[in-house]
Design a protein around this ligand. Structure first.
Ligand SMILES: [Zn+2]
Ligand SMILES: [Zn+2]
Ligand SMILES: [Zn+2]
Length: 374
């Protein structure tokens, strides 16, 4: 007789309801002996101020401009922006129906989190993190109200492993005339779910309709319990290793008590909780392998703020978006051993050995105090 199915040891597939993508979970593989190399943990400490850094206060940037002697955050237009302001040239006729082009315009901003070259998010006090959130709000509002901008993507790319060449704590915002592929796919999933799923006990989106993320996070917080995928939870926000995670220590961070479409909808208390959980998550990340943990983080929310105030918040269909952050970190076993998406994963679908439940348990067990402060 076949063994009963056990998701903690038997291979299985999970699906990401936001994107429709699948992942193979192969927990039995994590029991195999690890033959890869283990490397020493890098211990290089950064300077508080680096005269060669183009993001430090008062220094000259790559494009030749001088930085302000800023004291909190600083925003400037990327000197090498990927998209340029409208109108831009019109697209040429397609040489073949399969070879289409469409114009895209917009702007790219760099957001320095703090004047100190060495203070990454997990090492900043909460008031400084709240100032970063305020700066994200300012950029989102300003860019989102510009003519022709349809989406503002705020993100942070941290660590040389993720291709970030400058350790000075900073993020970016790319604002574009089109909603990019991943947020567009997720928004479409939220819309489909709202129109096809009867409301549950969870909070709801606009027009009292079901929200995929309200329903998911309600399950994780109230039903799955501590044996589940919750890493850390506070008064308004929760961080989980999502059921469908691909990266070993991937995190989905979101508000769980009510449906919140964007960072502009946060109350002062919710903003404080948001700052606190950003600190709690990134400290745990650094503590996991005692290193400055690399990741890509992105904020998904309403593509741009409302441009008219004639539609009540609760009836505005665009408020179907549910504010959430994705953290995609590459590290797997130590400060230097990373996961690559290659072979079967690149050609067919992603696969993971560590279950999301085990990853959550490991992150949950770590201290809230940064290892450099212990
Ligand atoms: Zn710097
Ligand atoms: Zn929601
Ligand atoms: Zn998302």
């Amino acid at each position: 007789m076949a063994e009963p199915f056990d998701p903690t040891s038997h291979p299985h597939r999970r699906v990401n309801p936001l994107t429709g993508e699948h992942v193979i979970v192969a927990p039995h593989r994590s029991k195999r002996p690890w033959l890869g190399q283990t490397e020493p943990i890098p211990t290089a400490m950064l300077l508080e101020y680096d005269p060669a850094c183009y993001l430090c206060p008062g220094n000259t940037r790559a494009g030749g401009l001088l930085n302000d002697k800023y004291e909190n955050t600083m925003v400037f237009e990327n000197d090498f922006a990927a998209v340029l302001p409208p109108p831009g040239p019109t697209a040429p006729p397609a040489p073949h129906p399969l070879l289409t082009t469409e114009p895209v315009s917009g702007g790219c901003d760099v957001i320095c989190f703090h004047p100190r070259h060495d203070l990454t998010l997990p090492r900043l006090p909460l008031p400084d993190i709240e100032r970063i959130i305020d700066t994200w709000c300012t950029v989102y509002k300003k860019r989102g109200s510009q003519e022709g901008i349809e989406h503002v993507q705020i993100f942070e790319n941290k660590g040389a492993m993720m291709g970030c060449s400058n350790p000075h704590p900073h993020g970016q915002a790319w604002s574009t005339s089109k909603v990019p592929h991943i947020p567009a796919t997720e928004l479409e999933s939220l819309r489909k779910y709202a129109s096809s799923t009867p409301p549950s006990d969870a909070p709801r989106g606009p027009l009292g309709r079901s929200c995929l993320l309200c329903d998911y996070v309600h399950f994780e917080v109230t039903l799955a319990g501590n044996e589940g995928r919750v890493v850390v939870q506070n008064d308004h926000f929760v961080a989980v290793v999502p059921w469908w995670a691909i990266w070993p220590f991937e995190i989905l961070l979101l508000p769980y008590k009510r449906h919140i479409p964007s960072i502009l909808h946060l109350t002062p208390e919710e903003k404080t909780s948001f700052a606190r959980i950003l600190s709690q998550v990134t400290i745990r990340y650094d503590n996991l392998f005692s290193c400055s943990f690399a990741y890509s983080m992105g904020i998904h929310q309403r593509p741009i703020p409302a441009t008219s105030d004639t539609i009540p918040e609760d009836e505005d269909e665009e408020n179907i978006a549910h504010l959430h952050l994705h953290f995609s970190p590459p590290l797997l076993r130590s400060a230097t051993v990373r996961k690559f998406l290659a072979g079967f994963e690149l050609m067919s679908e992603p696969q993971r050995d560590l279950t999301p439940e085990d990853a959550a348990q490991r992150l949950r067990s770590l201290s809230d105090v940064h290892y450099l402060a212990q």
